[in-house]
Ligand binder design. Structure first.
Ligand code: 5FU
Length: 260
């Protein structure tokens, strides 16, 4: 069973180079925390990453919520990623025909393909979008987390949709890093990464349909490999000490899982 294997071992099964790197970073830095930096000021994001970069394996952005975006933000973000050895995931959730996704990924104001190690995408439009992302990497190592399930209440994803999504991903082993999903049964391949959002220590939901689970539940019962935390950290009184609490808690759950 994939969830019983340590990240070092999982790295050996990875067919996507970003998945391999991410497994290796987690094992080396002893953290499976992905910080979702859902802040609208680029200086606030950079200041926070300066202090928590050492505690995270992955930084998840929504680049289109930043109000003072400049190219210098990207330069500094990349520097921090290098200094602290984390990867960058742009949570763009592409969901259009392949040609449009190719343009959205490579062109426009953000040029996501230039700086994001990996991106998220919906399977809804069909595999054309995966072909597009696969062909737009310009020879760089790039990855895609495909959405197989969502954390939000009332989302329209069915069991059938999830299964078809996993089958679609199997046709693109070189570009698929893993799945955004909620359950360990969703996929079996030990070389792919389960990225699970909807985690908080304090609350069980927000006012707009987000549903939260605890670290214990998502890692030990539901099979999460990398855990996404946003407001649990960024909206805390002391984001840095909170990040350390999440990191330690998540890592303890992972250690418990792999030590059987
Ligand atoms: F695909 C998904 C999903 O199913 N649920 C999510 O919450 C993505 N997310 C993202 O994770 C969402 O867009 C936020 O950026 C983040 C969760 O933030 P929170 O503050 O921890 O609720």
């Amino acid at each position: 069973e994939r969830i019983l294997l340590p990240y070092e071992k999982r790295a050996e099964f990875a067919t996507n180079s970003i998945a391999k790197q991410l497994f290796t970073i987690m094992a080396t830095k002893k953290t499976n925390l992905c910080l979702s930096v859902d802040l609208t000021s680029s200086t606030k994001i950079l200041d926070l990453l300066e202090k928590v970069g050492e505690h995270v394996c992955l930084v998840k952005t929504h680049i289109d919520i930043i109000e003072d975006f400049t190219n210098d933000f990207i330069v500094r973000l990349k520097q921090l990623a290098q200094t602290f050895n984390f990867l960058i995931l742009e949570d763009r959730k592409y969901a259009d025909i392949g040609n449009t996704v190719s343009l959205q990924y490579s062109k426009g104001l953000y040029q996501v393909g230039e700086w994001a190690d990996c991106v998220t995408a919906h399977s809804l439009p069909g595999e054309g979008l995966l072909k597009a992302l696969n062909n737009s990497n310009n020879g760089l190592s790039r990855g895609v987390f495909l959405l197989a399930e969502m954390s939000s209440e009332g989302n329209l994803i069915t069991k059938d949709y999830t299964e078809t999504t996993v089958k679609m991903a199997a046709k693109y082993p070189e570009i698929i890093t893993g799945f955004v999903c909620q359950k360990k049964e969703t996929f079996k391949d030990p070389g792919l990464i389960q990225l699970t959002p909807g985690v908080q220590l304090e609350s069980s939901k927000d006012e707009l349909g987000q549903v939260y689970n605890t670290p214990e539940k998502v890692i030990l019962e539901n099979g999460a490999d990398v855990v996404v935390v946003g407001r649990g950290i960024v909206a805390a009184k002391s984001p840095v000490s909170e990040a350390i609490i999440y990191k330690d808690t998540l890592w303890r759950c992972y250690m418990k899982r792999v030590s059987g």
